[in-house]
Structures are given as structure tokens and as C-alpha cells.
Write a protein that binds this ligand. Structure first.
Ligand SMILES: [Zn+2]
Length: 492
């Protein structure tokens, strides 16, 4: 039996707002007690947390990292559970099996992949539970089309099967098939409502940006939530709203006030990342978003797209190539304010949209630590949570520390409560909670990754426990720690 005592830290339970110096006693994979001067058996590991914050580890609802390398970067960002809910992976059983076979430092889980189900039915592309190959189908015009009623029935059945197999809801990449029939989105919402499972949507384009879109993306989501009663999560409101953050948050706020079950997430970066073949990165679509070909940088080569001809060429030849999309300039105060406002919105959840780490020689993972040189990703993979803490707590004072833990740990777990009974033990610190814990230095915690050096681990995460096992101890990675466990949905 493992026994760990985290002694004398400033202990934060975002479920109750408690913030006081206490000990946390961990036995096996659970929190056994939280209190003053807790006794401990001889031979137990004692972690001195004097001057440090102790709280439930961060739960990332939006991580496309399916690798040991990427999860380790997220561990140094304070994350203990990394879930791919916006895209999902298909087939679900294979995704869970591969994660279990390879071992994961962090807890993991997946939604049913709307993109994957549509790829099978509309484009005949088999799915291999692989995020890198799923990115490449998004630019396929067959996949972007509307479904016939028979096709719709087919892929709805596939999604139903994935929910029955334990998916954590349905991930919907609507923004990548923005001309598809809005009725399809309602069908997904109805399925979700019926199954008691949330949806996680990268919304269709906003009407301000694309007047030809059949339905404004933000309105479509709240309408579907209102009409069907489904719980619907609006992904990365910062990146899909760009300069229309206020309008989109207003749309969400009105719908929530009227009783719609809508949640929202954001990450503190002015650039996004996706596959270069995405619908919205077509040369003729860029101006409406205030972008130029040179706003796009390819990964892992670092090539900045020179002109329209080069953009057409890469989209044609290698549509799945990961790229950075510079949509806001963080150094411009008005642009930074939009990111700040996305995060500051009441109950907005911090979620990273972490991307795979890729090496120029084609490798997509490594057990080596520090990571072998030459790997690239979006810096949000390594720095979303620590950057949110730095900017929203320490620099702007917008959040208290308990509020930060509420947005990084507590609220994301609550999004999962309906679908995954295991979520009830996460995001708080009561006895019986999962011992997914982060111990951080409030004075120094910060991101360090940049667009040019994207795999530099954050600093200030002193200790990190996942299911009661240390993944980070005294600021160092525990190299043989793979304690990550699956979080799965339980069908109604
Ligand atoms: Zn997205």
C-alpha cells in the first residue's frame, strides 16, 4: 500500500472554497484525510509543502495529446487528467486499449468522434484511433458534405455504439464541415440528450466572418442545447470567436440564463493550431478572419507560408500537416484583453487544446526525458494552465487561487458528472477523492514554452500525483511512472 503525507501546504478545495494550511493524507489511489497535524505510519513518503499550494490536479477537457511525451509536458503544466473530447478518437476501444498497453503518466479518456464516424460513412476512410491521421481527413470535400438521411442514420448508429462502449460524450468538429446541414447537428444533440452524455463542439463559423454559413456557430450551439436539453460544451471560445468574443459570450450568457445547459472553455494564446487543410484556412477565406498566408506556420518544419500559391500547394499535397494560426497578437493590449475576457467569463473552464509533439523524422512519441531535441507542438500543450495561473491570478489578480482551481479542476470534472460516475471523485479534495494532486509554487509557477521553443516544460509544479503515484517529485519527472487510468462513460 502506498502512503503519502503532503504536510503543511496551503490546501485548496475548490468544491468548498476552503483555502487553509492543512495536511493531505493519501492512501493508495485516494485521498484518505485532509486536516491538521495528521498522523502518518512509519515508512510513508512525506512531502513538505510549506509555502506551496496543494489542490486537485487540473483536468484538461481538450487535449489531443495521445503520447507519453505530450502527457509529460502536460504534467509539468499541472494536469493530472488529459481528455480528448473535442475530436475524440475512433474506435474507442482501440484508443483505450493502446493507452493502457503503452502506459500513460496521466489519466486519459475520449469522446465518440463525430469526425471519425462521418469519415467512415461519407468518405470511406477507416479510423485507427490516431489523431494525426484524423487531422488529414478534415480537408476531404466528401467528408465536409451534408449527409443523406441514410448516411446520417448510419453515423448516428456508429456514435451510439461508441457511447455504449464508454465514450465520455460526443466530440463535434462542426467548424471543419461548416456547409453541412444544420439538421445534422440537431440530430447529434438529440442523441446526446437521450444518452445523458455531453457534446463538445468546435463550432461552425460565426456569421460575422462567413456570411454564407448556413447557421451562426454560436447561435446553433445554444439553439440545439435549448431545443434538446443536451449539455453542450463550447470549445476554445477564444480561438473560434477571435474579435467577436463579447458577442459570443453574450449569446452563451443569454442562453444559460434561460436554462440551456451550455459550458465554455478558453486557452490564453493568440494563435491556434490545426491541420493546414482545414476548410477555414482556404486562401479565399483568410481575409474575412483578418489573416494572410503568412499568418500560418507549418509544424514541425517551422516554415512560414510565403504566399497563396504555397498555401494551395501544401493544402493539396499534405492537408494533415499541423500548423500554427496567428489570429490575435498577444502583444497588442486590445487583443490580449479578448483572451483575458474569454478566461474571465463566469465559469469559463481552462482547457488547452494540446497538440501532439512531432519530430521532423516522423516520430510522434518518446520515453526519453528531457524530450529529444527537434520536437515541436503548439506552446499551449506545455503552458496553458501555468500561463492561465500566471496571467489571471498573479499578474492581473482577476482570479483568487481557489477560483483558479475551480476553473482548472472542479468545473471540468462537473461537465463529466452525468456521463462518467468516476468524475465525482475528481476536482475536489474531500476524503475519498482520487489522489490526483498538484503541489505548486504560487510565487514562481509559469509557462516557458513559446512558438519557437514549444516543448519547454513549465516551471513551478513541484509535485504531481496521479492516482496516488508521484509523476513529478521535487520538480523532477519520475521516469518510470505510468499511473494514468482510464476515465470512461457509463451508458444510461
Ligand atoms: Zn478545435
Amino acid at each position: 500500500m502506498t502512503e503519502i503525507l503532503i504536510r503543511g501546504g496551503r490546501t485548496i478545495d475548490p468544491a468548498t472554497g476552503t483555502d487553509e494550511v492543512r495536511d493531505v493524507h493519501v492512501q493508495d489511489a485516494r485521498v484518505a484525510a485532509v486536516g491538521h497535524d495528521l498522523p502518518v505510519s512509519e515508512g510513508a513518503t512525506v512531502i513538505d509543502a510549506t509555502g506551496l499550494l496543494v489542490g486537485p490536479g487540473f483536468i484538461d477537457l481538450h487535449s489531443h495529446v495521445h503520447s507519453i511525451a505530450g502527457q509529460r509536458l502536460q504534467a509539468f503544466d499541472g494536469v493530472t487528467t488529459a481528455l480528448d473530447l473535442e475530436s475524440g478518437l475512433m474506435p474507442l476501444e482501440r484508443a483505450y486499449r493502446e493507452a493502457a498497453d503503452q502506459g500513460r503518466p496521466l489519466n486519459y479518456g475520449f469522446s465518440a468522434s463525430w469526425g471519425g464516424a462521418r469519415a467512415i460513412v461519407l468518405a470511406g476512410v477507416e479510423q485507427t484511433a490516431n489523431i494525426v491521421s484524423s487531422l488529414s481527413v478534415l480537408g476531404d470535400p466528401r467528408w465536409q458534405a451534408s449527409s443523406t438521411p441514410a448516411q446520417l442514420d448510419q453515423w448516428i448508429e456508429l456514435l451510439r455504439g461508441e457511447l455504449a462502449a464508454g465514450a465520455l460524450g460526443i466530440g463535434v468538429l462542426m467548424g471543419y464541415a461548416p456547409r453541412s446541414d444544420p439538421e445534422e447537428f440537431l440530430a447529434v444533440a438529440r442523441l446526446a440528450a437521450e444518452a445523458g452524455a455531453p457534446t463538445y463542439t468546435h463550432i461552425r463559423e460565426l456569421i460575422e466572418v462567413d456570411p454564407l454559413v448556413p447557421f451562426d456557430g454560436a447561435e446553433e450551439l445554444v439553439r440545439a442545447a435549448t431545443e434538446t436539453g443536451a449539455a453542450m460544451h463550447h470549445c476554445h471560445v477564444n480561438s473560434t470567436s477571435r474579435r467577436h468574443v463579447d458577442r459570443v459570450l453574450g449569446t452563451i450568457s443569454r442562453a444559460s440564463a434561460a436554462g440551456a445547459r451550455v459550458t465554455v472553455e478558453a486557452y490564453p494564446y493568440g494563435a491556434g493550431s490545426t491541420g493546414i487543410g482545414a476548410f477555414f484556412l482556404a486562401p479565399e477565406r483568410l481575409p474575412a478572419m483578418g489573416l494572410r498566408p503568412s499568418s500560418l506556420v507549418l509544424l514541425p518544419s517551422g516554415e512560414r507560408i510565403a504566399d497563396e500559391a504555397r498555401l494551395r500547394e501544401v493544402r493539396e499535397q499534405a492537408p494533415g500537416t499541423a500548423c500554427i494560426v496567428e489570429f490575435l497578437d498577444e502583444s497588442v493590449p486590445a487583443d490580449w484583453q479578448l483572451l483575458h475576457d474569454s478566461l474571465a467569463y463566469p465559469d469559463a473552464i481552462v482547457a488547452s487544446d494540446a497538440m501532439p509533439v512531432l519530430w521532423t523524422d516522423g516520430r510522434t512519441d518518446s520515453r526519453q526525458w528531457p524530450l529529444p531535441p527537434g520536437g515541436t507542438t503548439h506552446p499551449r500543450t506545455a503552458g496553458t494552465f501555468t500561463k492561465a495561473l500566471r496571467t489571471m491570478v498573479r499578474e492581473s489578480g482577476t482570479w483568487s487561487w481557489p477560483e483558479a482551481f475551480r476553473r482548472c479542476s472542479y468545473l471540468p470534472a462537473r461537465v463529466l458528472d452525468d456521463v462518467a460516475p468516476g468524475a465525482a471523485r475528481k476536482g475536489h479534495l474531500s476524503p475519498g477523492a482520487d489522489a490526483d494532486l498538484v503541489v505548486l509554487d504560487p510565487a514562481t509557477v509559469t509557462d516557458t514554452a513559446t512558438y519557437l521553443a514549444s516543448t519547454t516544460p513549465a516551471v513551478g509544479i513541484r509535485h504531481l500525483l496521479v492516482a496516488g503515484t508521484a509523476v513529478i517529485l521535487d520538480g523532477e519527472l519520475v521516469q518510470d511512472a505510468y499511473p494514468g487510468r482510464p476515465l470512461r462513460g457509463e451508458p444510461r
